[in-house]
Design a protein around this ligand. Structure first.
Ligand SMILES: Cc1cc2nc3c(=O)[nH]c(=O)nc-3n(C[C@H](O)[C@H](O)[C@H](O)COP(=O)(O)OP(=O)(O)OC[C@H]3O[C@@H](n4cnc5c(N)ncnc54)[C@H](O)[C@@H]3O)c2cc1C
Length: 317
């Protein structure tokens, strides 16, 4: 019989991993301090794109598999995934990212596609995920495969052991800093604003040339997510009206239909950032198998399925 598996964390990494393992026949219980809708994962925009995470070889393999799965999920409206077209633009030249070839329709923007003042850009389509919907979808799949979710904060990974041979899968995001502990893990706070959608259908990402200020417009059906920020070592998840207003102003400068956007919700999360994503197995002092799966920075939505598949292979080599 398969060993009991306890997945710590109910963000996109924990739930995706739990679904992968439960559907493979493992008995899976998720334990998490915060419910899915209260996690950093619920805050993400969320466009597929493996930006700024290492190690690139493994990241590209995880991202390619994630793209394939999310593309397939886009056929099911209940998944919260749609394939959306849009542009990324910059005032300065830049080479194509190392994942450019994974996107079949990626091409340079024509001059008339570039907003005023921008000289470079690319057009492509990619999966765009409505994260609260997607996390609910993952919960439905988890329960259908016999998995459970318990809301409980753990003081140590050892507290996840429910029977002697329990396998612990650590998907605790920024929480791994204390739980492991892992001093290499730090937050990069991300701030998004949710507004009603004035009719936008395409995403737009622009290089602000300022590392902490991002500019992103992600249209979902009835709402639009406007971003954002990337603030290293900032832990607060409290709304900051000045930051939110600055985000709306940046977006409206590129997309005039957002000029009168009303902020409906502040979405603030802590990207769990590390020099490299950690997906690896080790033995705890009590001899339990612990599989770590955390540190996905600003790319967890893009990497979740690839990392979940690797966790499954570590569990059943
Ligand atoms: C503003 C913003 C925009 C983003 N945009 C994108 C994007 O466009 N594309 C993309 O791919 N990625 C994006 N990301 C990154 C992505 O959101 C993260 O990489 C991803 O959410 C990390 O998921 P996670 O499951 O590891 O962490 P989390 O979602 O934080 O989940 C961690 C879970 O662990 C639990 N936990 C922690 N500590 C404990 C404990 N002690 N005991 C029990 N449970 C515990 C928490 O309660 C939670 O359930 C964005 C992030 C932000 C903030």
């Amino acid at each position: 019989m398969n060993d009991r598996v306890v997945v710590v964390g109910a963000g996109v990494i924990g739930l995706t991993t739990a679904v992968q393992l439960a559907e493979a026949g493992h008995r899976v219980d998720v334990v998490a301090a915060e419910a899915p809708e209260a996690t950093t994962s619920a805050v993400a925009g969320a466009l597929w794109g493996p930006w700024l995470v290492e190690p690139r070889g493994r990241v590209l393999a995880w991202a390619a598999y994630g793209l394939k799965v999310l593309d397939a999920l886009a056929g099911d409206p209940s998944s919260g995934v749609r394939v959306v077209s849009g542009i990324e633009v910059s005032r300065r030249g830049y080479g194509p990212p190392d994942w450019a070839d994974l996107l079949a329709d990626r091409r340079p923007c024509t001059p008339h596609e570039l907003p005023t003042g921008y000289s470079h850009g690319s057009r492509y389509s990619a999966p765009l995920v409505d994260m609260p919907v997607h996390l609910s979808y993952l919960m439905v799949r988890l329960r259908a495969a016999g998995g459970t979710l318990t809301i409980r904060r753990l003081a140590s990974l050892g507290q996840a052991v429910v029977e002697p041979r329990t396998v612990i899968v650590n998907c605790s995001g920024i929480g791994a800093r204390q739980l492991v502990p892992d001093a290499d893990l730090f937050p990069i706070r991300g701030y998004h604003v949710l507004a009603s959608n004035p009719g936008l259908t395409e995403f737009l990402e622009a290089d602000t040339e300022h590392p902490t200020d991002l500019l992103a417009i992600y249209p979902h059906r009835d709402h639009v997510i406007l971003g954002g920020t990337a603030e290293p070592e900032v832990w607060s998840r409290e709304p900051d009206h000045a930051i939110a207003a600055a985000i709306v102003d940046r977006c409206a400068a590129l997309e005039p239909r957002l000029a009168n956007a009303t902020i409906i919700e502040h979405r603030i999360g802590l990207r769990p950032t590390r020099p490299t994503v950690r997906v690896e197995a080790e033995r705890s002092p009590t001899g339990n198998l612990v599989i770590h799966n955390y540190g996905h920075g600003g790319a967890g939505v893009s990497l979740a399925w690839g990392c979940a598949r690797e966790v499954a292979s570590l569990l059943s080599p």
